[in-house]
Design a binder for this molecule. Structure first.
Ligand SMILES: [Zn+2]
Length: 265
């Protein structure tokens, strides 16, 4: 099984504990981990971790909440690594209309910079023949998802995108599916109040579905509230397999196939 989205480069994981975290994952059957960079600060660390551990692969990108701290020409940061065989995709990029704009920025300018960065991640991905991992989040409604889909539409012929940490509802998933996109689900599907996420995870075709932890965030039940780690992706996979009425091993085999097609790993 693969944890398709974790942040091993987060300051909440120290270098000393990484071998144990990866061993915990292996014991839980999680044999492949994809760690995502979010900005200038954690790019090198994520690449170093992927370089150190055979089971870890990295995605490189600028998170929408980091666009204001990143240099304008972020391509110069990412380009040298695109041919690194441990780089599995571009990301984490996307649009975040949930968090307030940072000091000195209007919401309008902040979101415009996010859209510009997202488009340029697609440009890079298209050139490098890699796919893209996308974050979208709204206070209410789905403007960030809609705007991201509009940008994605211009690159659909050459690049695939996964919309990660998908919260539902299924109607929103359908928009992604119609655009040839993928959906990835976190431990949210194990939360009692997450009916929309479970419903979407139950209905999305298997060939477009992946599972992830987004660790250190969003630990699934029974670890909810604790720091999340890649081993816990097993709980998320179990919950979705159960909701779909599927044998666990069959579910894993199907998602592994998707991971192999989507990521260069
Ligand atoms: Zn993330």
């Amino acid at each position: 099984m693969t944890d398709t989205h974790c942040h091993l480069g987060s300051s909440r994981f120290t270098d000393e504990e990484l071998p144990a975290l990866i061993e915990n994952a292996r014991e839980a059957g999680v044999k492949r981990l994809i760690t995502l960079a979010t900005g200038e600060d954690d790019l090198e660390r994520n690449l170093a971790i992927a370089g150190c551990f055979p089971e870890v692969h990295a995605c490189i990108g600028i998170h929408p909440c980091d666009v204001h701290t990143c240099r304008d020409d972020f391509e110069t940061l990412l380009e040298p690594h695109l041919s690194n065989p441990k780089v599995a995709a571009l990301g984490e990029t996307g649009l975040d209309y949930y968090h307030p704009a940072p000091e000195g920025w209007s919401e309008e300018d902040y979101h415009a910079r996010q859209r510009d960065f997202l488009r340029r991640h697609f440009e890079l991905a298209s050139k490098a023949q890699l796919n893209v991992v996308i974050h979208t989040r709204d206070r209410k409604g789905c403007a960030s998802l809609d705007d991201a889909l509009e940008i994605y539409a211009d690159y659909q012929d050459s690049v695939r995108a996964v919309f990660h940490c998908f919260p539902g509802p299924y109607a929103a998933a359908q928009k992604v599916l119609m655009n040839e996109g993928y959906l990835s689900f976190t431990g949210i599907v194990t939360f009692k109040n997450a009916r929309d996420a479970v419903d979407a995870a139950r209905k999305v075709p298997l060939e477009r579905l992946m599972v992830e932890t987004d660790s250190p965030y969003l630990a699934p039940v029974p670890h909810r509230g604790k720091r999340c780690e890649p081993a816990y992706v097993r709980e998320t996979a179990k919950a979705i397999a159960e909701a779909r009425g599927m044998d666990f091993e069959d579910f894993i085999a199907a998602t592994e196939q998707v991971v192999g097609e989507f990521f260069r790993c």
